[in-house]
Design a protein around this ligand. Structure first.
Ligand code: PPE
Length: 309
């Protein structure tokens, strides 16, 4: 479903609320040519107390941090972006939505040095259902290890969410879909498991939970952090500095993806090897259902994770 079929009409851009079709940039914008933008993906969930943004402060912090290597200084205070975003959700009467803040070098002059290019900032929100399909949440997805490797942190910062670097994810995603799989898994330059094109990865073995450490060239996912905490609260041992080989994926009892868009999505096969029983496993199911209970505000003890609209 495209944006035009969605019931959204306003975008916040450079300090103003503008009509959806007026949120335009110049074709000679620096970020279009060199990928010099940073962005976030955040979800706002419907809770009993109204729409609530999940871990907004952490996403904002990562947005500002992502800009640092590129000297992208966001010319707004976090509180201004919070007000803009909550107002955007209120104005469009959304119960739940996906939130896409972006900051990028705009129009002045081309050439790699952004020079005097202004930093533009926008926030858009829209309804976004299950990233890999409703069915995937229960049934799990069939994935393939990509022939494309995740770029190394010595090449491009892997803890920054930079627009340009997503060509790496697009390549992996196109390859997987072209070969009939729903999603990819990228290995890092050393050949260990990094993550999905837009998701972190978790492995379950003998009732214990593993996820690649942040030194494996993966993004420091905020859903990853949440899943680690939720799993520990459920009593699981979680190894969050794991180094996982490709072969360990095939012999895992369970595998699942985590991400803002993907939420918690089981993986039922890797390279045509069935994982466990070939469907969502019990540990994944428990963590996933608790995750949904948490984000929809049905579990006490996680109040500090919400920003109410
Ligand atoms: N790794 C990558 C490469 C990634 O893009 C994401 C989020 C994650 C891990 C999970 O991070 P977090 O959302 O903080 O738990 N991917 C975003 C963009 C997806 C898209 O297709 O666009 C997202 O999930 O919003």
């Amino acid at each position: 479903m495209g944006f035009d079929e969605m019931d959204v009409d306003t975008i916040w851009m450079d300090g103003e609320f503008v009509d959806w079709e007026d949120a335009q940039v110049h074709v000679l914008s620096h970020a279009l040519h060199y990928g010099t933008g940073v962005f976030e993906g955040v979800r706002c969930y419907a809770t009993e107390d109204g729409p609530a943004i999940f871990r907004w402060d952490e996403h904002l912090e990562r947005l500002y941090d992502s800009g640092k290597p590129y000297d992208i200084e966001i010319p707004y205070e976090p509180a201004e972006l919070t007000e803009a975003t909550t107002e955007l959700i209120r104005r469009q009467d959304l119960e739940s939505c996906y939130i896409r803040p972006i900051a990028f070098y705009g129009y002045d002059m081309l050439g790699l040095d952004p020079g005097e290019c202004p930093v533009s900032v926008a926030v858009a929100v829209w309804p976004w259902g299950a990233y890999l399909g409703e069915e995937a949440i229960e049934e799990g997805v069939d994935v393939a290890v990509s022939s494309w490797r995740k770029y190394a942190s010595s090449q491009i910062p892997t803890n920054a969410k930079t627009t340009g670097t997503y060509v790496n994810s697009v390549l992996a995603s196109l390859e997987a879909k072209g070969n009939g799989y729903l999603e990819a898994i990228l290995l890092n330059k050393e050949g260990y498991v990094a993550e999905g094109p837009g998701e972190n990865l978790f492995l379950v073995r003998d009732g214990e939970v593993y996820t690649p450490g942040l030194s494996q060239s993966n993004l420091d996912g905020i859903t990853r952090r949440s899943v680690i905490e939720i799993a520990r609260d459920l009593g699981y041992t979680v190894y969050d500095q794991a180094q996982l080989s490709r072969g360990e994926l095939y012999t895992a009892d369970e595998l699942f993806f985590s991400g803002t868009a993907a939420e918690v999505t089981p993986i039922r096969s890797v390279d045509d090897n069935e994982i466990g029983s070939g469907s969502r496993g019990p540990v994944t199911e428990e963590i996933q259902s608790t995750f949904f209970d948490v984000v929809e505000g049905r579990v006490d003890g996680y109040e500090e994770w919400f920003t109410y609209v």
